[in-house]
Design a protein around this ligand. Structure first.
Ligand SMILES: Nc1ncnc2c1ncn2[C@@H]1O[C@H](COP(=O)(O)OP(=O)(O)OP(=O)(O)O)[C@@H](O)[C@H]1O
Ligand SMILES: [Mg+2]
Length: 287
């Protein structure tokens, strides 16, 4: 299986922050969700992939090509959707098309107008007349009309109502249905991941905490619940994250650390939200 995106040992240093040896790969034809706390380094990673920020080390390959050295070729294969819109407010959506198509050799006008229609966007509307969700749909229409094979989105679903979010997830799923196109998207909405991600990469304080299949992430950890008497020091040390109340505790353990637990302890499969919350507790416990 070839990779749409391959990030190897990516380093990026800011005065107060480092992306430290970020490595993951996204097999072509799949969707990868990118999650982690505010400030974990998601947008910085995406900016490095798009060469909007210069990396200080490592390699980024898009369909096997270097994202910096082969930038001109790579840009045709790649589409990005951000929180902000870059089009001029007074442009009508048909004018957006006229300007943008000049940048792409594989631009497909029919596809653009088909997307506008299916998104209920009139070509005569001006950019400034669009709501946030409509702007996002416009950016998606543009992103998906130039023959790109890798779509990269930074928090596309934040600020969308549940219906629009649902539609967007359907659009992304349809987009990869031919088995050739791939999507990499960051989100804080873990139900998005549950619905459409095949792969998940979790970043924590600039380091990769997990990268692999969604099912693998869920199978990797267990939530352990017990009384305070069960919470021995050796057990405490095994936890990735721990929350203690007056009556008992809940902790997250890797499945590999499960042997030898005291009797009476309850174990449950976590959901993605719990995993993310307990990763942050690990930091709190260790600081
Ligand atoms: N241009 C910059 N100069 C200096 N520091 C930066 C710059 N851009 C980002 N950072 C720092 O890098 C860190 C990671 O920021 P980043 O925007 O990548 O986080 P994020 O995971 O996208 O967070 P969020 O979920 O809030 O969007 C933060 O500490 C931020 O202050
Ligand atoms: Mg961000």
């Amino acid at each position: 299986m070839s990779n749409a995106l391959e990030v190897q040992n990516l380093h990026k240093t800011y005065p107060d922050f480092t992306l430290d040896s970020i490595s993951f790969s996204l097999p072509a034809g799949h969707i990868m969700g990118f999650v982690g706390q505010n400030g974990a380094g998601k947008t910085t990673t995406i900016r490095c992939i798009l060469n909007m920020a210069a990396r200080t080390g490592g390699e980024i390959k898009i369909f096997g090509l270097d994202n910096v050295r082969d930038e001109l070729v790579v840009k045709q294969e790649l589409a990005a959707v951000f929180d902000e819109i870059f089009f001029v407010d007074s442009w009508r959506l048909r004018e957006v098309e006229k300007v943008i198509k000049g940048f792409y050799s594989e631009w497909d006008s029919k596809l653009y107008y088909d997307y506008l229609k299916s998104f209920d966007l009139s070509p005569d509307k001006q950019v400034k007349e669009l709501s946030r969700g409509m702007k996002l749909k416009l950016m998606l229409a543009v992103a998906m009309s130039h023959g790109a094979k890798l779509l990269i989105l930074d928090e596309p679903t934040s600020g969308l109502d549940p219906v629009a979010r649902d539609e967007l997830l359907d659009i992304l799923r349809e987009y990869v249905a031919d088995g050739e196109k791939s999507v990499f998207f960051s989100t804080h909405i873990t139900s998005d991941l549950e619905r459409i991600a095949d792969y998940i990469t979790v970043i924590d304080h600039g380091k990769i905490f997990y990268t692999g299949t969604k099912d693998g992430l869920l199978e990797h950890f267990r939530m352990i619940k017990g009384t305070k008497a069960d919470l021995t020091d050796p057990l405490k040390r095994k936890f990735i994250g721990l929350s203690v109340t007056s009556t008992g505790f809940t902790g997250m353990l890797p499945v590999s650390e499960m042997q030898g637990l005291p009797g009476g302890i309850v174990t449950e499969e976590p959901d993605i939200d719990e995993i993310l919350v307990y990763i942050s507790k690990r930091q709190a416990n260790h600081e």
